[in-house]
Design a protein around this ligand. Structure first.
Ligand SMILES: O=c1ccn([C@@H]2O[C@H](COP(=O)(O)O)[C@@H](O)[C@H]2O)c(=O)[nH]1
Length: 289
């Protein structure tokens, strides 16, 4: 990872295919799994690594090695790099660059959202080809209104990148905001706004949603039809938060082919060896197939 740490992210400026199409191809090839890269202090300790930038670097590099050619994408949790300040963010830059070189799609789990003028800066940071933090896609929070995300939607579209907008999150507290509104719930409005962005895309659109693997019957209860989204669905909550591959199939029904399950701690606890991580990835994929 060291050669990339000065911020040289060699991701193609504008890939020929959009993010949705590239993700669909990776999922067809490798299966519907994204490996979360969440270097929690407890995991670093369990792996015999320091809770330091050096520990993060070693952790990130082992997870990337295990995921390369085996998972459709990786999802670094930005908060766990941010807590190490600039040294941690430099490690994240290195991971994003190395994943690009290895041909592994990256979803930066940054959950950004702000007024449009500030959103433009967040979009530059995570989606602009010239940024050392550029990923293939970034997670966004629509709490300031879906339309406030426009700078990121536009920049992603201009450069073949994607976004995943929070719709129904995996945490139990999410319902207190996302279910509000009954037939026209907050979550349903977000899903419909994302679907409008993807309308007419011949493959899979690049405006995805986050819908937790743990949401149970919420999609049905709220009258949400994800099949109409024409975009990918990132589903956290597998393993450590209690959901299984079978839950995912029941929860998403006909929309399951567009669902990318993501698991972090349940896979990462298998470390520190790359072989054990590979085995955990295989086991998780078996549950999703
Ligand atoms: O609704 C959401 C949105 C994002 N996350 C993130 O996914 C991973 C889950 O980690 P596990 O260890 O597999 O539970 C983590 O980075 C969360 O911030 C989510 O869990 N739910």
């Amino acid at each position: 990872m060291s050669e990339h740490e000065q911020g040289t992210n060699r991701r193609p400026a504008s890939p020929a295919l959009g993010f949705g199409a590239r993700l669909a191809a990776a999922m067809a090839d490798l299966g519907p799994l994204c490996v979360g890269v969440d270097p929690h202090p407890g995991l670093l300790q369990a792996w015999g690594l320091d809770d330091s930038a050096a520990g993060l670097r070693e952790f990130s590099s082992r997870v990337l090695e295990a995921a390369t050619g085996r998972a459709a994408a990786i999802k670094p949790q930005v908060a766990l790099y941010e807590r190490h300040g600039s040294a941690g963010m430099a490690v994240l830059e290195g991971l994003l660059a190395d994943a690009a070189s290895a041909g592994v799609l990256t979803i930066a789990d940054a959950k950004r959202g702000d007024i449009g003028s500030t959103m433009a800066a967040y979009a530059d940071a995570w989606l602009s080809p010239s940024s050392p933090l550029a990923a293939d896609a970034v997670t966004l929070s629509p709490y300031l209104g879906f339309e406030s995300l426009r700078p990121a939607l536009d920049l992603a579209a201009a450069h073949g990148r994607g976004v995943f907008v929070l719709a129904l999150t995996s945490n139990p507290e999410g319902a207190s905001v996302q279910h509000v509104g009954g037939d026209v719930s907050v979550a349903r409005r977000i899903v419909e706004a994302a679907a409008a962005e993807n309308a007419g895309d011949p493959v899979l659109g690049s405006v995805g949603l986050v819908v937790g693997a743990t949401v149970g019957s919420a999609l049905e209860d709220l009258g949400i039809d994800l099949a109409a989204l024409n975009g990918p669905v990132l589903a956290p909550g597998l393993g450590a938060q209690g959901a299984t591959g079978s839950d995912l199939k029941v929860t998403f029904g006909a929309a399951y082919p567009q669902v990318l399950g993501t698991s972090s701690r349940d896979i990462l606890k298998a470390g520190p060896s790359v072989e054990a991580l590979v085995e955990a990835i295989g086991r998780t994929l078996d549950g999703l197939r």
